[in-house]
Ligand binder design. Structure first.
Ligand code: GRF
Length: 194
């Protein structure tokens, strides 16, 4: 599927809802030498998302979509992505669940990072649940997005040890550090196969 992107530059949109540390990290990665990833568009479901500041800093087009009506917002996004010739999407802390219809339009060209060792702990509140269940490890996963939540093909994972005094917050911090390492690695893996 990804093969159909077929270009030396992969025009990409990053979807965010919050802090945008993964967005920032992907921007840095895209600016590294000989990188086909070009981040041209930022979609946010939240007008207060801190991550939007990186759009300004790095002069990347951005737009906030309210998602009050999911179908309307998704259609607007699809229209804008087409207008901006976007071929690939990275979800990075995006808190909305995209519809089957949307995903089918970008089939095999959407990736996501999830803060757990999938298939464990799909959905929200992963760190609290992993600690509550006395897991020894949690971690993060980069995967293709399919129409079933957090269930697409796994590209890369990184294990993180949960220590006795970890809180959801401290664990999130440890895992986020690893997210910043594996997201670019997973993208390299995709691009190497093009
Ligand atoms: C990350 O832990 C990501 O895996 C999860 O939400 C968090 C977003 O962090 N889905 P940031 O906005 O990239 O800093």
């Amino acid at each position: 599927m990804v093969k159909s992107i077929g270009s030396s530059e992969i025009e990409t949109a990053v979807f965010i809802s919050g802090n945008g540390s993964n967005l920032k990290n992907l921007i840095s990665f895209s600016l590294s030498k000989k990188n086909p990833l070009k981040i041209r568009y930022i979609v946010s479901s939240n007008s207060n998302a801190k991550g939007l500041s990186f759009a300004k800093k790095f002069k990347i087009k951005k737009k906030v979509y309210s998602f009050k009506n999911k179908k309307v917002s998704e259609n607007q996004i699809l229209y804008d992505l087409k207008k901006n010739r976007i071929k690939f999407i990275c979800l990075a802390g995006f808190m909305k669940i995209l519809s089957k219809n949307f995903i089918n339009k970008f089939n095999g060209k959407i990736v996501n990072i999830h803060p757990s060792l999938l298939p464990k702990y799909k959905g929200l509140d992963t760190h609290r649940r992993a600690i509550f269940n006395k897991e020894k490890y949690s971690g993060c996963t980069v995967h293709f997005v399919s129409s079933k939540l957090d269930s697409g093909k796994i590209l890369l994972q990184k294990k993180v040890r949960i220590s006795k005094n970890d809180t959801p917050r401290s664990l999130a911090k440890k895992i986020l550090k690893q997210e910043h390492i594996i997201y670019p690695r997973a993208l390299k893996k995709i691009f190497a196969s093009l």
